[in-house]
Write a protein that binds this ligand. Structure first.
Ligand SMILES: [Zn+2]
Length: 462
């Protein structure tokens, strides 16, 4: 495969590709709204038809109790060749407030070198690009360097309720050596970005119970424990004065950054003044010796998200409340295990429980952190593909938040995950006037084609 033939194929077929994309974007597959169930199904069928045309086999809509999952594969590279799984989603966010759209969300329109429509960036446009990149490789070389599988779901925008069970039940069907997901953004325009890790999460609620009813603070204050005092004492016990979490064993499994990763984060550049202004604080806070990106991407946290109890009205009320509550979440990093951390937190609460109150801990949903090693060939090949097409160094990031589907793919399939996103912060995803920049569409297609070539070289596939 040569870059020149791919480039000319893509430019020759660009008009048709854009027409096809418009066709896909005109289907209002809003997964959250039952009124759009037939449309959402139509988008699934559109995807499967498109996979069939591409030459994928075993194309099927796998039913779930919600929207179906589209699967298709091409396994003709041979059993000895690696397999790549491409994940995407064909469902979109609701469109309201509708009056803020300059053109209707399901009547795709091209203006200012962008294509406007719900799903243009998230994620129909980016999923479509994967299909078209493989079309270009197949058309110009007659073959593909790897076995390919597609898994395109229709419930990402409602939290992927049925995907984990599907992956779990179809481990063999989906088994892959590399998983590629294009559902994220570049850090800014012309800065191709690879996010190679995300934090996990676990959360719990503290319920502190004191006297069986609210008491008069004049009659009982000083002699009966106040649950709010107890909550404050407990909450205060989670950190020391330097922002370090004091829960025993909390940091035991945290993997330190490598020298290469530190250098990659430093290369991004961080304008402290801009971010301070943006969030409205005079100074940052956090663990000593770590940069902003390190604190938010690769260090775990324990955050108190809410505290409530007692009298909240105007003026004062001399009450000794009967209960108080707090909600707490932790952001976790590799190799912390959410269950182990929850056990440590429970132990901490038991050890620090103030006298005179009862404390219960209830656990919330949790998700494991994920990282594909920075030096993994699948990550470094992606970086080279970006650099080839964009002609600037690739930016490496990690995310402070969590993407539940990614941790499920990571945990069940045990394959490196490459997040190659072509969106931009200006794409207005989940908002009115969602759009996708055509430059990113064009260069993104080239990048994906270049990636298969770079990855083949990295994995030593002829
Ligand atoms: Zn998405």
């Amino acid at each position: 495969m040569t870059t020149a033939t791919i480039t000319s194929y893509l430019s020759e077929h660009r008009e048709r590709h854009l027409e096809e994309l418009k066709d896909l974007l005109s289907v209002p597959s809003v997964s959250a709204l039952p009124a759009h169930n037939a449309d959402t199904l139509r988008a699934a069928e559109w995807m499967s038809e498109s996979l069939r045309k591409l030459g994928m086999e075993n194309v099927a809509l796998h039913p779930t109790i919600g929207h179906p999952i589209v699967y298709g594969d091409w396994l003709h590279a041979g059993e000895d060749k690696p397999t790549v799984l491409i994940y995407g989603h064909y469902d979109v966010q609701p469109v309201d407030p509708l009056h803020l759209w300059d053109t209707p969300p399901f009547e795709p329109a091209i203006r200012d070198e962008r294509i406007y429509a719900r799903g243009a960036s998230d994620d129909k446009g980016q999923t479509f690009m994967h299909i078209k990149a493989l079309e270009a490789v197949l058309a110009t070389t007659g073959t593909l360097p790897f076995n390919f599988k597609f898994c395109i779901e229709g419930e990402e925008e409602v939290g992927s309720p049925n995907l984990p069970a599907f992956i779990e039940q179809n481990k063999k069907l989906l088994a892959a050596d590399v998983v590629v997901v294009s559902d994220t953004s570049m850090i800014e325009e012309d800065k191709p970005t690879i996010c190679y890790g995300l934090r996990g999460m676990c959360g719990f609620q503290l319920d502190v119970k004191g006297p069986k009813r609210d008491l008069h603070s004049g009659l009982y204050g000083g002699a009966v424990a106040n649950p709010i005092h107890a909550v404050v004492e407990l909450l205060g016990s989670f950190h020391d004065g330097d922002g370090v979490v004091t829960v025993d064993g909390f940091y035991d499994k945290v993997v330190p950054l490598t020298v290469e990763e530190k250098a990659a984060f430093e290369a991004i550049g961080f304008d402290e003044a801009v971010v301070k202004e943006e969030v409205g604080v005079q100074e940052f806070y956090g663990e000593k010796g770590y940069s902003f990106y390190e604190r938010t991407w690769v260090r775990p946290t324990l955050e108190i998200n809410g505290v409530y109890g007692g009298f909240q009205g105007d003026g004062i009320k001399t009450v000794l409340p009967s209960e108080a509550h707090a909600k707490i979440t932790c952001r976790l990093v590799p190799d912390q295990d959410p269950d182990e951390i929850l056990a440590l937190l429970q132990e901490h609460v038991t050890m620090h429980k103030p006298a005179g109150v009862e404390v219960t801990v209830s656990l919330f949903d949790k998700g494991a952190p994920f990282v594909t090693p920075f030096n993994h060939p699948a990550i470094q090949a992606a970086s080279r593909a970006f650099e080839k097409v964009w002609e600037v160094p690739t930016t490496f990031t990690r995310g402070g938040g969590s993407l539940p589907i990614v941790s499920t793919l990571d945990e069940v399939l045990q394959a490196p995950i490459v997040l190659m996103g072509f969106g931009l912060p200006s794409d207005n995803v989940h908002a009115p006037n969602e759009n996708f920049k055509l430059k990113n569409f064009d260069k993104g297609l080239l990048t994906l084609c270049a990636y298969w070539e770079e990855l083949a070289a990295a994995l030593d596939v002829e």
